[in-house]
Design a protein around this ligand. Structure first.
Ligand code: SAM
Length: 258
């Protein structure tokens, strides 16, 4: 069955997804905004943007509003979140295109060599092992045009276990406060409720998430991110924003030429 045939209130489910993610991820929307403004790209330009691990397209839709002439490619492996995003895209701007991709697979990336002005990702790359994360950074480098930017907003660990344990404790307190002041679902609650709404469809089987999760909730250490990006050849590799174990790390592919 095609998920988009289901008679669901996709917009309502998208709103529930947003409420849930906003509780888990401190200053999530402010971070989306920063990732789009930091590269200083002209807003009216016909940019090509890639959103890696897009979920239902939260950051992609945000980018389509910020850059009214940009075309955005949003990739994820989760068929349910992609179906949600596709339904919303059809009713909105038409400039966000969704594609089902396992970002660990090399072949998909090869067809996009030097295509993008900007690659962004939000709360997604911590799903990868350290090896696959470094590999993904290399692939992102390849798909960027010379002068293009990459910004990643994600969980980023401290190299010191004691610091990391304080980060974790503080973050958990913030999340509890955020959840108790809203009626948002938590992760399991969201998927259980959506599971009920789709009736006989086995969402867990369809999504096959266990096949994909290989990371850590803390994210890889910040120093690992920075070193792996520099190793790809990126310049201006910086932590552009950080709050406890949450960060935006960015980098630019050199313009090239003399
Ligand atoms: C917490 S969600 C974040 C989604 C979205 N960026 C947001 O901020 O709402 C993490 C996403 O990463 C995706 N993801 C994890 N590993 C992936 C992989 N190997 N290939 C494609 N997508 C992946 C998951 O399917 C999930 O949608």
């Amino acid at each position: 069955m095609d998920l988009t045939d289901l008679n669901l209130d996709w917009q309502g489910w998208f709103a529930r997804w947003e409420a849930m993610q906003n509780c888990y991820v401190p200053r999530r929307i402010e971070r989306f905004d920063l990732m789009l403004k930091l590269p200083g790209l002209p807003r009216e330009a016909e940019l090509r943007i890639l959103d890696v691990g897009c979920g239902p397209g939260s950051l992609s839709f945000f980018a389509s509003r910020h850059f009214p002439n940009a075309r955005i490619l949003a990739v994820d492996f989760d068929p349910v979140l992609l179906a949600m995003g596709q339904q919303i895209a059809e009713k909105s701007c038409g400039r966000v295109e969704f594609e089902r991709v396992d970002i660990r697979e090399p072949r998909w990336w090869q067809s996009y060599d030097s295509q993008f002005d900007l690659v962004v990702s939000a709360t997604a790359l911590h799903w990868l092992s350290a090896e696959h994360l470094a590999q993904t950074f290399r692939r992102i480098f390849e798909v960027l045009k010379p002068g293009g930017w990459f910004f990643n907003s994600d969980h980023v660990a401290s190299g010191d276990p004691r610091t990391q344990s304080s980060y974790r404790e503080m973050l958990e307190k913030r999340r509890q406060t955020a959840f108790s002041s809203t009626r948002a679902d938590d992760w399991n609650g969201f998927w259980e409720s959506l599971g009920h709404a789709v009736g006989r469809l086995d969402l867990a089987k369809l999504r096959n998430v266990n096949h994909f999760w290989e990371g850590t909730d803390d994210g890889q250490p910040k120093e690992f991110h920075l070193a792996a990006l520099r190793q790809c050849g990126f310049e201006q590799v910086e932590t552009y924003w950080q709050d406890l174990g949450e960060a935006i790390i960015g980098a630019r592919k050199a313009r090239g030429g003399p």
